[in-house]
Design a protein around this ligand. Structure first.
Ligand code: SF4
Length: 354
């Protein structure tokens, strides 16, 4: 890349961003904590979904200290519906490290900020450039798409080692005077103009400098190999009410998918030797009530799918419940953080039973 080209690209991108940027709540602040929260929420989640969550979250936890002191269950309740709950736990763990080890000031170097729990290369670069004006790369899938088209980079973006090439490209192109607008400009361009399909090249501020546009290759880039097949798990879940009107919930294990979240008793099936009914009766002492299906749906996580069926059930008195199970009143259930697929079952049960 020659100097003239770099200057032209960065000027075109930065001016376009400063004029056309969407009015988003996290763009009204330079507070590194708030930028950090927004970047964590925006991972794997659309902007429109994040806005109300961000506003509620910042109203409830306006400072590092307030988030550091929050109870995990309350925090997860705030996060409910955003998914990827480990993001919330890691955010809180990272914030606690800042409060305890950095005197409540988010570090302003890549070396230090990258040691915080949950802060990867992208989040580190986003916080450093947007909050502190440090010229550091912040490369995610959007940015790789834009750069692969702009600079005709044909590396497979699904391969982790390709990321370095894009990070180096950003460091060559970045506007040292306004790294915040430059990085956000790349992100914004990827979000609204240089979209995965049908990029709006005629509206693009860097079209004149875009190699893929001139080669007619914008739809073929970036190169991305398809991930291995997502694993499908067949799950069955059952909602049980006792004679005092309480509902049975079970806490998930403290590690792994949806750690520590509450769900209705749930099993993965089928096993080679047993039917759904047998396993639920054996593990929980619950009888599935025939003809009482609640809701069936697919829930897609990043790396697996739950094919979920849910039912009303009845407790068989002779069985002791597993220790992770607990009875909740309907009012108390509303205060528990529940993952999205469990909320769907709960809503179906309420529609049917209340
Ligand atoms: S000209 Fe088209 S392909 Fe190139 S960066 Fe702009 S939107 Fe993307």
């Amino acid at each position: 890349m020659n100097e003239l080209y770099k200057t032209q690209v960065r000027n075109a991108l930065v001016s376009w961003f400063l004029e056309e940027k969407r009015d988003l709540p996290w763009r009204k602040t330079k507070d590194p904590y708030k930028i950090w929260v927004s970047e964590v929420m925006l991972q794997q989640t659309k902007v429109d979904t994040v806005i109300p969550y961000y506003e509620r979250f910042i109203a409830k936890y306006p400072s590092l200290e307030s988030l550091a002191c929050a109870k995990e269950e309350e925090l997860l309740k705030e996060w409910e519906g955003l998914g990827y709950y480990s993001r919330a736990r890691n955010l809180q763990a990272g914030v606690r490290e800042v409060v305890e080890s950095y005197g409540s000031t988010v570090p302003n170097t890549r070396k230090e900020i990258s040691t915080l729990k949950g802060v990867g290369p992208y989040t580190a670069g986003a916080v450093l450039s947007i909050a502190y004006g440090v010229p550091e790369h912040a490369v995610d899938g959007n940015v790789m798409r834009v750069l692969s088209r702009l600079l005709l980079i044909k590396e497979d973006i699904a391969k982790p080692k390709s990321k370095k090439i894009f990070e180096e490209a950003v460091m060559e192109l970045i506007d040292e005077d306004n790294p915040s607008a430059f990085n956000q400009g790349l992100m914004e361009l990827g979000a609204i103009i240089c979209t995965p399909t049908k990029p709006k090249c005629l509206l693009c501020p860097v079209r004149e400098y875009c190699t893929a546009f001139f080669e007619g290759m914008q739809e073929q880039l970036p190169i991305k190999t398809i991930n291995k097949k997502t694993k499908v798990h067949k799950m069955k879940s059952v909602v049980v009410e006792d004679d005092q009107g309480r509902i049975l919930l079970e806490k998930r294990p403290s590690k792994g998918l949806l750690a520590n979240m509450w769900q209705f008793p749930m099993v993965e099936l089928p096993t080679a030797a047993h039917t759904t009914e047998e396993v639920i009766e054996h593990d929980y002492g619950i009888e599935i009530l025939k003809g009482k299906e609640l809701v069936a749906f697919k829930h897609v996580f990043s790396h697996l799918v739950w094919e979920m069926e849910s039912f009303n059930g009845k407790l068989l008195v002779e069985k002791e419940l597993p220790s992770a199970c607990k009875w909740f009143t309907i009012e108390d259930i509303a205060k528990q953080p529940m993952p999205v697929p469990v909320l769907k079952i709960w809503n179906a049960w309420k529609e049917r039973n209340t």
